[in-house]
Design a binder for this molecule. Structure first.
Ligand SMILES: [Zn+2]
Length: 487
């Protein structure tokens, strides 16, 4: 005789009630018997669970299957128990490891085809489970939302859920992270390119956005940015884990994510979508708390480049569908790379200057939001090894610690996040330090918005120097970084 037990919950009125579902397989006539439930609900559950298991390609046990729901005889009207019963049957039959079920509760309605359907009132059921000590829930993907405050496995079908449960990487918040998992790529592999490396360090320290221009190893640089950024703090890790729980790949690292879409991706792939009850985060959300890298940036459709302005300003993306609007976090560091001209011809390039200008002009609507521009040089195999990422990461961490000390008690974590009004009042500069910026503003060479960005950048440069506040050198250095001139 085999027994499997899983947690679930039922909704009665407006409140949730945790229940336990026990499945017993015993020799006897092949069939499914349900006890502890009102008779009116058992026929529907029996049909859905049996059909969903068979139509998902699993065997139905050739034994007598007895399902008991405890406490018994609760007035159950919904279908939230379907998923728990199916999972318990599959576990008793050996298709799912029993130990995977210990701290997870299962809620959701099954379709006859094995799909997991969204159910109403699920959040109050989840709340009752969290109160009772449950640490993670497996629910329909369409029910996954920001207000579920525990680890979530979202699935659209029984097969998808069983695969997640049986994989080595269940989509739950890990309690201990393995620091050795997937060692980050190291900047020591990237010799030369001093301007681009310096730009990367400044942007990592202040959370600034970066544009790289040239025919060089842009992808190598981008892939090494997470390795010099500080590790995700608990709050960011929880958000990133929730976002990735909506995808097939759970997030298991303290390292900030790097999301690298392609310019042929659809707008839905970049911004996310919400259709037929299914939530699919786009690249802007998959890059949350990390880096969004757009290579060959001018090749992206105008609608995508324009669409990036909203998440850049608000740190969120709003997904609209006929079911309403949904908000996903999307606060990322933007890293754009572009060849200098449309032909990517390197030395053979015959593009006219006007064509080159027009090509880069496609990024003009984003340029206002980008603090640092740097040239990238072709990969130079003859140069010695570059400075290792660990040394750069130490300087970045020291600069961030200075920033955190200054911003203590505020909601901002990086210099890039400080609002313009606060910069001018709370974090003011000496007139001599301000002069290079204000004289350009008066001459019409800077907009007030760029001036604000240069102030933020100057603070980062001061933090990297371990200086008390920015000097004239820092504001001049900031202007050179903005214009992509040699430091
Ligand atoms: Zn060209």
């Amino acid at each position: 005789m085999t027994i499997a037990a899983v947690s679930s919950a039922v909704v009665i009125g407006l409140s949730g009630h945790p229940v336990r579902v026990e499945v017993r397989l015993s020799p006897g006539l092949c069939g499914l018997h349900l006890t502890g439930l009102p008779d009116t609900t058992t026929a529907g559950i029996r049909d859905r669970v049996r059909a969903a298991i068979l139509n998902s390609g699993y065997d139905w046990p050739q034994e007598e299957v007895t399902v008991t729901v405890l406490p018994s005889n609760m007035p159950v009207y919904g279908s939230t128990l379907d998923l728990a019963i199916a999972v318990a049957v599959l576990a008793a039959h050996g298709a799912i490891s029993l130990e995977r079920l210990t701290h997870t509760a299962f809620l959701g309605e099954l379709g006859l085809d094995g799909s997991i359907r969204q159910v109403r009132g699920l959040s109050c059921a989840v709340r009752s489970l969290i109160t009772s000590g449950i640490r993670s829930v497996a629910i329909p993907l369409g029910n996954v939302s920001q207000d579920i405050r525990c680890a979530v496995i979202g699935a659209t079908s029984l097969t998808e859920l069983v695969e997640q449960l049986n994989s080595d990487a269940p989509a739950t918040v890990p309690t201990a992270l393995d620091p050795a998992q997937g060692a980050p790529l190291d900047l020591t592999d990237l010799p030369g390119n001093h301007a681009a490396r310096h730009a990367l360090e400044v942007c990592a320290a202040g959370g600034h956005h970066l544009l790289l221009i040239g025919d060089g190893p842009a992808t190598m640089l981008a892939e090494r940015l997470p390795g010099i950024l500080p590790a995700l703090d608990d709050a960011s890790l929880a958000e990133v884990t929730k976002i990735y729980a909506l995808t097939e790949t759970p997030w298991r690292s303290r390292r900030p994510p790097l999301c690298e879409p392609h310019h042929t991706n659809t707008a839905a792939a970049i911004f996310g979508r919400h259709t037929s009850g299914q939530f699919r985060p786009g690249a802007v959300s998959l890059a949350h708390a990390g880096v969004l890298f757009l290579d060959q940036a001018p090749e992206y459709p105008r609608s995508v480049l324009d669409g990036l302005r909203m998440p850049l300003e608000t740190g969120e993306i709003v997904l609209a569908s006929w079911q309403g609007t949904f908000i996903l976090p999307a606060r990322f560091q933007l890293l754009l790379a572009t060849p200098p001209c449309p032909c990517s011809g390197g030395n053979a390039c015959q593009c006219r200057p006007v064509e080159q200008r027009r090509y880069l002009q496609r990024l003009s609507r984003l340029r206002d939001g980008i603090e640092v521009t740097a040239p990238i040089d072709p990969f130079d195999r003859t140069a010695g090894p570059g400075e290792p990422s660990s040394a750069i990461a130490d300087r970045v961490a020291a600069a961030r610690a200075r920033t955190a000390h200054r911003l203590a008690g505020t909601p901002w974590r990086t210099n890039a996040q400080i609002p313009a009004s606060e910069l001018r009042t709370r974090y003011h500069l000496d007139p001599d330090a301000l002069d290079p910026l204000e004289s350009r503003l008066r001459a019409g060479a800077l907009t007030p918005s760029i001036l604000t960005r240069m102030l933020r950048l100057a603070w980062t440069l001061a933090d990297l120097r371990a200086a008390h506040r920015p000097t004239r050198d820092d504001t001049q250095h900031a202007l050179r970084l903005w214009q992509g001139e040699p430091a």
